[in-house]
Design a protein around this ligand. Structure first.
Ligand code: CP
Ligand code: NVA
Length: 329
């Protein structure tokens, strides 16, 4: 992994289409090895640290399992159990951890924090989600799509919901780099940042694909190959925003009608966690408060044969392993 050794993984714009393809291929190799029970402790003797200023299930566990499978020591830190963020600056934290660890994962708020960490750490830094980007998620998403369709180029990828969040931003860039036609289907108020759209359109041109924004659900979902959504309010956004978001997004739910308008072979994806059945504590509170029972996706679609969300979740681990390996090997 000549191109990756010693590098940070902070956002997808920093990498070429070929680089991203390389990581997907590497992920497939790691997935086959894991499935076949072939040990791959290639990074024995190294250590990594995982910093989480926001909560996580998939990303944390993916880094932990990937680290252990590769033979490394893994430390988890959050603000409650460390000096990070409140008592010690990011620059100092980075310099201390960079002396002890071979790589640092960071999940938190602004992208500037992870960029600052990378500037001072002296070892590879991996972005495990910021307000702006979620680059490791995209690798798992693209691997899942490729496993299903056998290819990526030319597929119609439709994202419904808050089209300006970290996941949507990253998907727009990933699609543009890998040749999928990206459609953000959302109310105009939640369209992505025009500057980012312009950038994505430029990238898409080079890869013979398109970037489209529409607030028309019928048109947006028509002949889709992939229908993707995410939670309507992201971590770090104020809880007061739910009411507004529900009124903006209630017509942008992925339900049986949206799936019927898509291609017959279409698949449903969601980065998770999801409020599909509003059975969780938080989901239930929101649903009761606003008198709704389902949010970004119906339970029916989530549990259907067209839903590949758990393949997608599993693929987080294989793809994160590829990123960690490529940058540390
Ligand atoms: N998709 C994802 O990043 O999930 P977690 O928040 O559980 O890590
Ligand atoms: N947009 C979501 C993604 C969670 C994986 C959030 O930031 O909360």
């Amino acid at each position: 992994a000549k191109n990756f050794r010693g590098k940070n993984f902070l956002k997808l714009i920093d990498f070429s289409s070929q680089d991203i393809r390389y990581l997907i291929e590497l992920s497939k190799n790691f997935k086959s090895m894991k499935r076949a029970g072939v040990p791959h402790r290639y990074l024995e003797g190294k250590n990594i640290v995982l910093l989480f200023e926001k909560t996580s299930t998939r990303t944390r566990c993916s880094f932990e399992v990937a680290g252990h499978d590769l033979g490394m020591g893994v430390t988890y830190l959050d603000p409650a159990g460390s000096q990070m963020g409140h008592k010690e600056s990011i620059a100092d934290t980075a310099r201390v951890l960079g002396r002890m660890y071979d790589g640092i994962e960071y999940r938190g708020f602004s992208q500037e924090i992870v960029e600052e960490l990378a500037k001072y750490a002296g070892v590879p830094v991996w972005n495990g989600l910021t307000d702006e980007w979620h680059p490791t998620q995209m690798l798992a998403d693209m691997l899942t799509i490729e496993e299903h369709f056998g290819h990526l180029k030319g597929l119609k990828f439709v994202y419904m919901g808050d089209a300006r969040n970290n996941v949507a931003n990253s998907l727009m860039i990933a699609c543009a780099k890998l040749g999928l036609d990206y459609v953000a289907c959302a109310p105009k108020e939640l369209f992505p940042d025009p500057k980012l759209v312009e950038m994505a359109k430029e990238i898409a041109k080079d890869n013979f694909c398109t970037v489209t924004l529409t607030d028309n659900v019928e048109e947006g979902t028509k002949n889709a190959d992939v229908l993707y959504t995410d939670i309507w309010v992201s971590m770090g956004e104020p809880a007061e925003i739910w009411e507004k978001r529900i009124s903006l997004l209630k017509d942008y739910q992925i339900n049986a009608k949206a799936m019927a308008n898509a291609n017959k072979e279409a698949i449903f994806l969601h980065c998770l966690p999801s409020f599909h059945d509003t059975k969780t504590k938080v989901g239930k509170e929101i649903a009761e408060k606003f008198g709704i029972t389902e949010m970004e996706v119906t339970d029916e679609v989530f549990e259907s044969k067209q839903s590949y969300v758990f393949d997608q979740a599993e693929n987080r681990m294989h793809t994160i392993k590829a990123v960690v390996y490529a940058t540390l090997c």
